[in-house]
Design a protein around this ligand. Structure first.
Ligand SMILES: Nc1ncnc2c1ncn2[C@@H]1O[C@H](COP(=O)(O)OP(=O)(O)OP(=O)(O)O)[C@@H](O)[C@H]1O
Length: 147
């Protein structure tokens, strides 16, 4: 969204907000905005695309290895956590850039570094979960393949 479009005056709608430029008039529109956020992250954030790709591979591997339903649920939650962290990171980066632009600010650095740290922790936890769930059946597969 360009800066000039941000400066437009608020549209006249029945539902008015004292803080936001506009408010979603219904649930369907809310979903549309949420979907637009996800599409934005896919288009612009390389790390989001990488994590999405790894997540899809992990789900496919889970199906191939016939993991239990509870394990699949844990994998799904873990993948979601990483993607959610990526989205929050993108949102925070945008707000920081909106506030300070291209000028250096120590607080902007702290905010961005902490958000990046949150993504890193969720990704490391995902690796750990993948190790616990996928390694045992993969080792069994490897052993039976060798034997
Ligand atoms: N305005 C700023 N003031 C101070 N430091 C900043 C500022 N903008 C960025 N940085 C520093 O540069 C790093 C990278 O910022 P940037 O906005 O490029 O994030 P990014 O590398 O695109 O993050 P991601 O890879 O998660 O998309 C930040 O983690 C922070 O340390």
């Amino acid at each position: 969204m360009s800066i000039s479009s941000n400066l437009q005056t608020a549209p006249k709608s029945k539902k008015e907000s004292k803080t936001a430029w506009q408010v979603a008039p219904n649930l369907f529109t809310s979903f549309r905005y949420a979907w637009a956020g996800i599409i934005y992250a896919v288009r612009t954030q390389r790390n989001f695309r990488i994590h999405l790709g790894i997540g899809l591979v992990a789900l496919f591997l889970g199906v191939m290895l016939h993991i239990k339903a509870i394990e699949a649920a844990v994998v799904a939650i873990t993948i979601s956590a990483v993607l959610v962290m990526e989205l929050m990171n993108t949102a925070l980066e945008s707000v920081v850039d909106l506030t300070v632009g291209q000028t250096y600010h120590e607080l902007a650095k702290i905010a961005k570094d902490c958000a990046a740290g949150a993504v890193l922790i969720s990704a490391m936890a995902a690796l750990l979960v993948a190790g616990f769930i996928y390694l045992p059946p993969l080792l069994v597969l490897l052993n039976t393949g060798i034997a």
